[in-house]
Design a protein around this ligand. Structure first.
Ligand code: DGY
Length: 468
């Protein structure tokens, strides 16, 4: 807790304090009018972080949240509609790796004036915009409509880009071509697909010397009282390995070397996956985009194209369901098969509203089982199931509990008619941040806060849960 404990701790006092602390973090992480993930390492403004952060911010200041969403997308978006996963605020970064000099987006004629990365992230922006709009509407209906009118063409262009370039075969599912695009960088889901990318010992050593994430975390843990060896061990266990990073770099260079030309990348890249989390979010965002069009009374062929794609998407998502295990899985385009690894991504179709209630009930039971909820009495879903051979309770997306993915499942359960289960996740999330703080993620077994402290999306979604 950031403040002294009050003599009497009623839930109201506790929650007021939690909101105040969360708001302070968001103020502290603001830079030039936008909100960064944290103050210590992530130097830039990320796509899906921004969406989640503004959902939380919209409770207290929907006007500012709507302004930031628009500012972010209008600086970050490329001329072909593509939206990158990082908008850098400076030409050179000091803490984060890899900065703009590695992406070299000047190789593309589509680049915007700002410095950005050259890959995308789960397309949460349309559904987040809708959530922000709903809050702004009660305060100022005119500003709310203006916000939607400004966002709509940009969101539409992004969705059209995804449909055109990431699903050229019109399967109803869009492809990602980098594990970073999934948001779940080192998930075991990518292991088999990544294994096809050869990396040499020399490349592994080169990348080890370039990485700043481990050094940065080591310093944080040293400040928190760990000795040098302990701090390094903890930092290493919390992040992807050097071998993972060498492969991430291979894929980064693959796109850069093709001047970010999607036609070439799509055909040639060794990593091409229909990610179930990415596609579920895209489906939910397409629904929001259509809501926005209805609100703005826009009816045209472009809107009809989204409507048509949405129908296709629902059919295609259903094909990712595996009745034997009651979860959904990614489809590996190169290997032409489902990637049957049990992770929190397998629950994401819940947020599309298309999962039948009976199936959602079975999925909730799996989430509550000891394979995913490792802490008795709490409903907190680990990023990777304990039964997975690569489960590791501290390693980034190989086990730890993350706020945004649990928040998405809670939302999905509610949409699917399972309110009590949804409330159970939210209650557990509140207990978690009250006891441990607003960490980037949490050890799946011990619940220790991991990664960076005072993390924006953890703080923002806590506000959202409390204000609902
Ligand atoms: C990182 O740098 O850790 C990110 O997850 C990539 O966006």
């Amino acid at each position: 807790m950031r403040e002294e404990e009050p003599a009497e701790k009623t839930p109201e006092i506790m929650y007021e304090r939690l909101i105040k602390n969360a708001q302070e973090i968001l103020v502290q992480n603001e830079d030039r009018g936008l909100i960064m993930p944290d103050r210590g390492y992530y130097e830039g403004v990320w796509l899906w972080d921004t969406g989640f952060i503004e959902i939380g911010e919209a409770h207290s200041n929907p006007e500012a949240a709507s302004r930031r969403l628009f500012d972010w997308i209008s600086q970050a978006q490329w001329k072909n509609g593509f939206v990158p996963h990082i908008l850098f605020l400076d030409k050179k970064v000091e803490r984060y790796f890899p900065g703009p000099e590695y992406w070299q987006i000047e190789t593309s004629s589509n680049r915007p004036a700002a410095e950005t990365s050259g890959i995308t992230q789960p397309p949460v922006l349309a559904f987040c915009s809708w959530e922000v709009y709903e809050k702004l509407k009660t305060e100022s209906p005119d500003n709310a409509k203006d916000f939607l009118a400004k966002m709509f063409p940009r969101l539409l262009a992004f969705h059209q880009y995804l449909i055109r370039e990431r699903d050229p075969e019109q399967s109803g599912l869009v492809s990602i071509y980098h594990p970073w695009e999934s948001g779940m960088d080192n998930s075991p889901r990518w292991q088999e697909a990544l294994a096809k990318i050869p990396v040499s010992q020399k490349q592994i050593i080169e990348i080890r010397n370039l990485r700043r994430d481990v050094k940065n975390l080591k310093n944080q843990w040293a400040k928190e009282g760990k000795n040098d060896t302990e701090a390094l061990e903890m930092a290493l266990s919390m992040r992807p390995t050097d071998e993972d990073y060498a492969r991430f770099f291979f894929l980064l260079n693959f796109s850069k070397d093709r001047q970010y030309d999607d036609r070439k990348i799509y055909r040639e890249i060794p990593f091409n996956v229909k990610d179930v989390l990415f596609n579920s979010i895209f489906c939910a965002s397409n629904q929001s985009l259509l809501e926005i069009a209805r609100e703005l009374k826009i009816e045209n062929s472009e809107v009809a194209q989204i409507e048509k794609y949405l129908e296709k998407q629902k059919i295609a998502l259903e094909k990712l369901y595996d009745p034997e295990t009651n979860l959904y899985y990614d489809f590996d385009v190169k290997n032409q098969r489902l990637i049957k690894r049990k992770t929190i991504a397998g629950f994401m179709p819940l947020i599309t509203g298309m999962v039948p209630k009976e199936r959602a009930e079975r999925m909730a039971k799996i989430g509550q089982s000891e394979d995913f909820s490792l802490n008795k009495g709490k409903f907190l879903i680990a990023s990777t199931a304990k039964s997975d051979p690569n489960f590791h309770s501290q390693s980034y997306w190989r086990g730890p509990i993350w706020m945004p993915t649990n928040w998405l499942v809670a939302k999905g359960l509610e949409i699917s008619g399972l309110k009590p289960e949804s409330e159970q996740i939210k209650k557990s999330l509140l207990e978690l941040v009250t006891e441990k703080g607003f960490y980037e993620y949490f050890d799946a077994q011990t619940l220790t806060g991991l990664g960076r402290a005072d993390f924006s999306w953890t703080a923002a979604l806590t506000i959202d849960i409390l204000k609902q």
